[in-house]
Design a protein around this ligand. Structure first.
Ligand code: GDP
Length: 449
């Protein structure tokens, strides 16, 4: 596809040693060449770097290195030029203005990646993974994003589409050429086990995606406990150990602080209820209300008890409040002795102050949420909520197909549900139009008699 030529700074705002401006489109060489004093870029080999100056008429703006990449072996599959100029917003903005004056257009957010997709360089899942790659905060997140960029999710989807297509094609042949003996017979009875195999696999993939989603997005975790049990101390211990990135949620009254904590490769999105204070006298006050809300929305509760003293009413209330959630009970202040015992509940002994027991906590989190078997399996792990949503639609379409088959609905009607499942899968990678389906179908079966 031919698009206009776009330009944007690819490095972040702020001061840095170097900024890179990317220009992509059929006019990119001409545009940059017209403001570049140095070797004639139109005469240079692809994938080479050139020294020179960016000039506005005779005014030098900056001393730069220019990298040129001729289509199609480029990120967007278009002609691409990258100008490495000195850092700072001013220089980059001046160069951008000049490029725009010479015919480029300012790129929108994500437009280079969008072109890479539209020009067939990346499928949708690969394009999406680039964002994950940039945002990764742990090795496991990085691994997940890299696998997706390598095309793991695309391969999984392609393979499932292929298998559904096979069934569709067999139905088509049966409908169009019922008189041929050599055509594989397709009946509801034959369809049902075939759909079942696919369904089982899709269900398994959806189940496994929980792990993927938690790795990608982190585990929303809330620390709760009555005053003085050591919540803040625990938070500080955790944060210091792992150099977590602490971010205030803007727009709130600062009573919720969010921090990303990397616990041995698994990200806990810690919601610290720092500003939420529960007082003994006024249990039904704002504090407990907010705590309840925080508990409801969390994936994981870290309930902190002071194990060196008997359980108080507030402890019991919090135990009750969190009993239906995934929770880990922490018996803090282990250095002061143990006075509590919970029936049928395991407690992890820690000392937040002395930084003891954190390893056990990390193991317990993993045990609750991360299935190592899934992580080490060869199958692609879904983590993107859009992909997971589509898989759920595929599952529904296959369930409909199975139900129709069981009810002895004619197979050409069952085919409608199968086509839907095929199309839902294709929406994940961006290959789902009817034309795509027909192309695939006819490339597989030479029905052109
Ligand atoms: P919060 O109100 O639950 O946030 O409790 P804090 O973190 O402010 O801790 C209350 C008090 O308990 C502070 O004086 C801490 O130093 C102390 N503390 C926290 N953890 C421990 C621990 O593991 N052992 C001992 N001995 N004291 C602790």
């Amino acid at each position: 596809m031919i698009f206009d030529t776009i330009a944007a700074k690819t490095t972040a705002d702020g001061s840095s040693a170097i900024n890179v401006i990317r220009v992509s489109g059929s006019d990119s060489f001409n545009i940059v060449n017209s403001v570049f004093k140095g070797p004639n870029l139109l005469k240079q080999k692809s994938h080479t770097v050139h020294y020179g100056h960016i000039q506005d008429k005779n005014n030098i703006i900056d001393e730069v290195m220019v990298s040129i990449y001729k289509s199609p072996k480029t990120f967007t599959r278009e002609d691409v030029v990258e100008i490495s100029c000195h850092g700072g917003n001013f220089i980059a903005d001046e160069i951008l203005k000049l490029l725009i004056a010479h015919g480029a257009r300012m790129a929108q957010n994500g437009e280079f990646t969008k072109r890479a997709y539209l020009n067939g360089r990346l499928d949708l899942t690969e394009a999406e993974s680039i964002m994950d790659l940039v945002n990764a905060k742990s090795h496991k997140q990085l691994q997940l994003a890299n696998n997706q960029l390598k095309g793991d999710v695309k391969r999984l989807v392609d393979e499932l589409q292929e298998r559904i297509l096979n069934i569709i094609a067999n139905i088509e042949v049966n409908i169009d050429y019922p008189e041929y003996d050599d055509v594989l017979e397709m009946t509801n009875e034959i369809l049902i086990p075939n759909i079942d195999i696919l369904l089982n696999e899709i269900e398994q993939i959806i189940k496994e995606s929980e792990t993927g989603k938690l790795i990608r997005d982190g585990i929303k975790t809330v620390i709760v406990g009555k005053p003085n049990v050591g919540k803040s101390t625990l938070l500080n211990t955790l944060l210091k150990e792992d150099r977590a990135i602490v971010t205030d949620i803007s727009g709130t009254t600062r009573d919720l602080i969010e921090a990303d904590l990397n616990l041995d490769g698994v990200i806990l999105k810690l919601i610290d209820t720092a500003g939420i204070r529960i007082t003994k006298d006024v249990i039904e006050n704002i504090g407990i209300h907010k705590t309840k809300k925080a508990i409801e929305s969390a994936d994981l509760i870290l309930l902190v008890l002071n194990q060196s003293e008997e359980l108080k009413d507030l402890d019991k209330e919090l135990l009750e409040l969190t009993k239906n959630k995934e929770r880990i009970i922490l018996g803090n202040k282990m250095d002061l002795g143990k006075k509590i015992n919970l029936d049928n509940e395991s407690i992890i002994n820690i000392s937040a102050k002395n930084k003891e027991g954190i390893e056990e906590l990390s193991k317990a989190v993993k045990k609750l949420f991360i299935d190592e078997k899934i992580l080490n399996s060869d199958r692609a792990l879904l983590s993107n909520i859009r992909h997971i949503g589509k898989f759920k639609e595929v599952k529904q379409a296959l369930l409909d197909a199975k139900k129709a088959s069981i009810n002895q609905i004619p197979i050409d009607f069952v085919e409608i549900d199968l086509r839907k499942a095929w199309a839902n899968l294709g929406e994940i990678t961006g290959q789902s139009s009817n034309e795509d389906l027909l192309d695939h179908l006819f490339s597989k079966f030479c029905l052109g008699k």
